[in-house]
Ligand binder design. Structure first.
Ligand code: AMP
Ligand code: MN
Ligand code: MN
Ligand code: MN
Length: 285
């Protein structure tokens, strides 16, 4: 029997990266929304995993370890989700530590860029929203820009600031695709291409991403995510079949005030796909 009809939510963020809720608050919210299998996937960080495991257990909810690694591919930022890995694996911990390095310098440069258009004090202002000093992200800047009245909400921020060609954008080199996939798979997890519909790739670049990802040992793709439109569910279900990838489902929830899709409220995975949780049954805790 297919297990596509399972309320799995395998993508969200806590205060350990750029979410506003703690792992415990997220676990309670996921449970209240009917989530049956949960994963906390903080950006470039797994120090919240022990708390998430304990919180899921306290809620009587199944859990897969998770992270979302920032990767530079074809000069653009791509996100690779890792699921079901051993969160005590030292190569993975070290790799993520290196990936986080440089965020603080980048943030200083972002603040300099914003100062040039008259927005001052963005570095210090954004720090107030940061839960993990190693993980200052554009999301924290976005919250500062809303608080200071420069924008109405964080979506408006990303339309006008912090993205390519806009004030406050600073190009950055993250992990390589090969390293990210290998850190996850060598820690017994499965690597998953996060929200592929969000990258501005040409068809050729997207094909190269999927092909290279598989070459390095990647096995999954997010099909149903808070970042995809309904036509993209169909498009990436086709890609999952074409590339013989396991399919994942996750809200990418960050905050009750900012996220359009709440934990556990996405449509089901389309049928005829193999859910990534089937391949990770032995890693569920
Ligand atoms: P960073 O890792 O510092 O580059 O920040 C990336 C984060 O910013 C993502 O994980 C999202 O939470 C947020 N973000 C990036 N682009 C957008 C966008 N266009 N709309 C909303 N949030 C965005
Ligand atoms: Mn984020
Ligand atoms: Mn992402
Ligand atoms: Mn995410």
């Amino acid at each position: 029997m297919s297990t596509s009809i399972l309320n799995a939510d395998l993508h969200c963020h806590s205060v350990m990266s750029d979410g506003t809720l703690t792992p415990e608050q997220l676990a309670a919210r996921a449970k209240a929304n009917g989530v049956e299998l949960w994963s906390l996937t903080d950006h470039d960080e797994i120090s919240g995993q022990a708390r998430a495991i304990a919180a899921a257990q306290a809620q009587g909810m199944k859990y897969l370890t998770g992270t979302e690694i920032s990767v530079t591919f074809a000069n653009k930022t791509v996100h690779i989700v890792g699921l079901g890995f051993d969160h005590t694996n030292t190569a993975l911990i070290d790799g993520l530590h290196k990936t986080r390095g440089g965020r603080s310098e980048r943030a200083q440069e972002m603040a300099e860029g914003l100062a040039k258009v008259g927005i001052h004090g963005a570095f210090e202002g954004s720090l107030k929203f940061v839960g993990n000093p190693e993980l200052i992200s554009r999301t924290h800047f976005a919250r500062f820009l809303v608080e200071s009245g420069a924008c109405q909400d964080t979506h408006e921020v990303f339309r006008n600031y912090l993205t390519e060609g806009k004030p406050g954008f600073v190009p950055h080199r993250w992990a390589t695709l090969k390293n990210a996939v290998q850190w996850i798979t060598e820690a017994q997890g499965i690597a998953v291409i996060a929200h592929p519909g969000r990258y501005d790739f040409t068809a050729n670049e997207e094909y190269a991403l999927f092909t290279e990802f598989k070459t390095h040992g990647g096995q999954g793709v997010e099909v149903v995510t808070g970042s995809h439109t309904v036509p993209e569910y169909v498009e990436y279900a086709d890609m999952a079949r074409e590339f013989n990838l396991f399919a994942s489902r996750g809200s990418d929830f960050h905050s009750p005030d900012e996220s359009r899709i709440d934990l556990g409220t996405l449509p089901w995975l389309p049928g005829q796909l193999t859910p990534v949780w089937d391949a990770l049954a032995h890693r569920i805790q």
